[in-house]
Write a protein that binds this ligand. Structure first.
Ligand code: SAM
Length: 187
């Protein structure tokens, strides 16, 4: 197996999950890597709603989708993911991606925060269809600090085990606050 970065690790499960025609959400669009992955997997009959609070993220993502000749199956929203429930019906979404932290190469002060991330994650649970997946990449240390990581991990620990399966992976022997990939699966 080749060296596995966190986004590549999560992408394996996203690829297994998303089928043509599915509705998907990228809750943290950034430079559009997850938006592009979801768009290519759900295809012309599916749809991806992608959120970010920075204009730069929409510009970068639109360019990336166009260069990749992605199907016209996406809506890019300059909007906080705390408003996620206004765009899709409960119980209809196959896959939601959260990649916490700041826009790579962008403004580090406009990073995700514990309170808004947990609000959006809570709302996302209701949007998932049965068997639906939330892929969550948690970063900490450096400009990200530890508050968001600690709050999100504490929130995950309390999720009802009869309704949600939470699988946390670890880069167990890696120093310096490695990222934490988490899968939440609605039962
Ligand atoms: C780590 S980046 C995402 C990287 C992205 N997945 C990619 O492929 O490049 C995190 C993004 O979350 C965005 N963000 C921060 N707060 C947000 C909020 N409340 N709603 C939506 N996006 C937010 C930031 O602007 C930033 O672009």
């Amino acid at each position: 197996m080749k060296a596995v970065q966190i986004t590549g690790w999560c992408a394996r499960f996203i690829r297994e999950q998303v089928q043509p025609g599915d509705i998907c959400i990228d809750a943290t669009m950034g430079n559009g890597n997850d938006t592009l992955l979801l768009s290519s997997l759900c295809g012309k009959d599916g749809h991806v709603f992608a959120f970010d609070i920075q204009e730069a993220a929409l510009i970068n993502t639109r360019k990336r989708l166009m260069e990749a000749d992605a199907p016209q199956n996406y809506t890019l929203l300059l909007e906080s993911h705390t408003n996620i429930e206004h765009y899709v019906d409960p119980g209809t979404v196959s896959c939601i991606t959260f990649n916490l932290g700041y826009l790579p190469g962008g403004d580090h002060t406009k990073a995700t925060h514990a309170d808004t991330s947990i609000a959006a994650l809570s709302k996302s649970l209701d949007l998932l269809q049965k068997g639906g997946l939330i892929s969550l990449c948690i970063y900490s240390g450096g400009d990200s600090g530890f508050e968001e990581r600690n709050a999100v991990l504490a929130w995950l620990k309390e999720l009802n085990p009869h309704k949600y399966l939470v699988i946390r992976s670890d880069y167990y022997n890696r120093p310096n606050n490695p990222p934490i990939p988490v899968l939440i699966i609605r039962q």
